[in-house]
Design a protein around this ligand. Structure first.
Ligand code: U2F
Length: 423
């Protein structure tokens, strides 16, 4: 892509706190830090919601300041805003400048769809007496999600509380998205064609450009990664349970104990990605007792792990990237969701795509975990699930081929960026 004399802004919230200026190529990217709203000179001790609140009160001024600095320093005008979709105010910044706003929605398209239907969902919940009363009703009026229960929706929708900064941010985002030039997601159209068609009818342009791990796999495994990959090589095909709860969540001690007991009792070979600070939460001497058939690492090269034929199931929190990666490599899921879109991702996996199961009751107990593992790993009961996930794997691989839907969408995105002012 020729982006000469082009200056765009990539902006992502929280943790990164950065606006990234993009010009010629990777060597030409310059990162600018944007103030995250934290009181200067003080260590922050509040909750993550307070952090979101502080961040929001610093916007959009914090971004505007840095964008101006970048323009002065580079001598170029910003011609496009490519931002995390959560940064809804980027819509106004782009409109003021007369340039495109391209929001990236990092979870799956169906959770975006659920947010787009929030007003309708709320009115249905109110007329039926509230979230608890409607928990078992299905989203019959949301295209492509008619078999999903209300109870699977993200907390930000179920609570009907716009005082929560996160819920307010998502709600405002939904109002702005129809004004965006294009909404980009890391998924593929064939995964939920009905939802894709519906979102295309509501947005100027809706571009599924994934799974990005299949179109540009770049993960390096490092030294600790090598060790667990060598260990996987020695295991029988489809015999290992891979366990990871993503970058944020860790189950509580009682649940970790139940999960550990299930692995130990059933002698399921396992590879567990568990951060060092959480290892002490495991039952005493669990590591020693299971060292013949299990391995724990603080970070696993997840893509290479899921690609390995010895892995037969993935116990996950249902984060969108983990779900997409698992289906891209054909590994059935056992989901224990924690917050946000994870419950919905897990419900889609179990009820719509039928590529996995949720832990019954929503929390690990020894028996429920053994049941889920036996169900998925068995030749008999797990067969259908493996067939379904392998079908989706094939569709995902086709989507990123040169004539695939995601490749076409990615080209459309590049055209859109090239045609933005300044090129
Ligand atoms: C938030 O999800 P997380 O970041 O907690 O989880 P994922 O979306 O599943 O992403 C985890 C990534 O980290 C990688 C793994 C995924 O790409 O391959 N990884 C790894 O390489 N090695 C490890 O040992 C463990 C993880 C949020 F909590 C979710 O609700 C959202 O769905 C998600 C996307 O917005 O962001």
């Amino acid at each position: 892509m020729a982006l000469h004399s082009h200056i765009g802004v990539l902006a992502f919230p929280f943790g990164a706190h950065a606006a990234i200026l993009l010009t010629l190529g990777f060597d030409d990217i310059k990162v600018y830090d944007v103030w995250d709203g934290m009181p200067k000179g003080e260590a922050f001790t509040g909750s993550h919601l307070e952090a979101v609140q502080l961040f929001l009160s610093a916007t959009p001024g914090n971004f505007e300041k840095v964008m101006k600095e970048a323009e002065v320093e580079s001598g170029m005008k910003i011609s496009c805003l490519l931002t995390d979709a959560f940064l809804w105010f980027a819509c106004d910044l782009a409109l003021e400048r007369g340039i495109p706003w391209v929001p990236f929605w990092s979870p799956g398209s169906f959770s975006l769809s659920a947010h787009m239907y929030t007003d309708k969902i709320w009115s249905m919940m109110r007329s039926s007496g509230g979230a608890a009363e409607t928990a078992e009703k299905t989203l019959a009026f949301v295209p492509g999600m008619s078999s999903v229960h209300i109870s699977a929706l993200p907390g930000e929708i179920l609570s009907e509380n716009l005082e929560s900064p996160l819920a307010l941010m998502i709600y405002k985002m939904v109002q702005k998205l129809p004004k965006s030039t294009a909404v980009v997601v890391n998924s593929f159209e064939e995964l939920d064609p009905i939802i894709t068609t519906d979102l295309k009818s509501k947005l100027h342009s809706f571009l599924n450009i994934g799974p990005s791990i299949l179109s540009s796999p770049t993960q390096s495994s490092g030294d600790s990664g090598q060790e667990c990959l060598l260990w996987l090589e020695k295991q029988r095909p489809a015999s290992v349970v891979y366990i990871s709860f993503g970058t944020v969540s860790i189950p509580q001690t009682t649940e970790l104990a139940a999960l550990a007991e299930a692995l130990e009792t059933g002698e399921f070979p396992f590879l567990f990605s568990l951060r060092d600070n959480a290892k002490k939460l495991l039952p005493e001497e669990f590591l020693e007792r299971t060292s013949k058939f299990g391995m724990i690492v603080s970070w696993a090269p997840q893509l290479k792990v899921l690609e390995n034929p010895s892995v037969g199931a993935f116990i996950t929190h249902g984060g969108w990237n983990s779900v997409l990666e698992s289906l891209s490599y054909g590994v059935p899921l056992i989901c224990r969701p924690f917050f946000g879109d994870q419950n919905l991702n897990s419900a889609m996996a179990e009820n719509v795509w039928k590529i996995g199961v949720r832990i019954e009751g929503g929390v690990f107990t020894k028996n429920r975990t053994i049941e889920a593992l036996q169900y998925i790993m068995s030749n008999d009961t797990g067969k259908r699930i493996r067939e379904n996930i392998n079908n989706l794997k094939e569709k995902a691989q086709n989507a990123v081929k040169s004539d695939g839907s995601s490749t076409k969408n990615f080209k459309a995105l590049l055209e859109l960026l090239k045609n933005s002012r300044g090129v």
